[in-house]
Design a protein around this ligand. Sequence first.
Ligand code: ZN
Ligand code: ZN
Length: 162
Amino acid sequence: MDALVIVAAALVAVLFATLVEYFIHRGMHWGFIYPEGHRRHHEQNEARTFLLDFVDYGSAALLVGWLGFLISVPAGIGWALGAAAYTVLASYAHQLQHANAALVFWMKRPVHRLHHNHDMTEGNFGVLVDWWDRVFGTYTPIEYPHQAGPRRLRDYMAIPWR
Ligand SMILES: [Zn+2]
Ligand SMILES: [Zn+2]
């Protein structure tokens, strides 16, 4: 039973985190969250490093990552694990879409790469996933080729780590 609660809490945490990700990025374009810094990110069109993203995403995750313990210990563990998993996945997804978006296999199109390539201000706010763009009507599909030929682990590892 506890294991089930842990897994469920972790999944809900990841789902919630992707929703927060969507609205934080959207808020940056609305202009009330870190607008200057985000404009620079668009102008430079590069993503610093995994470690710096990890610190950014991770500080947000720390703020709310303990809340599950208000419900129960298993819920707390699951929620915290979900927050940690999200932090790693989102930092990686951000880096990979800047470094080599053709490798992104878990979305039909690498929405964050498209968001940057077309300097979008009204669409494709997702980073790790595209589903909230689809839900809220901001999904802007533009073709982007997936990697043709073999996908090698070494290519997936070729991002700026620190
Ligand atoms: Zn943006
Ligand atoms: Zn970016």
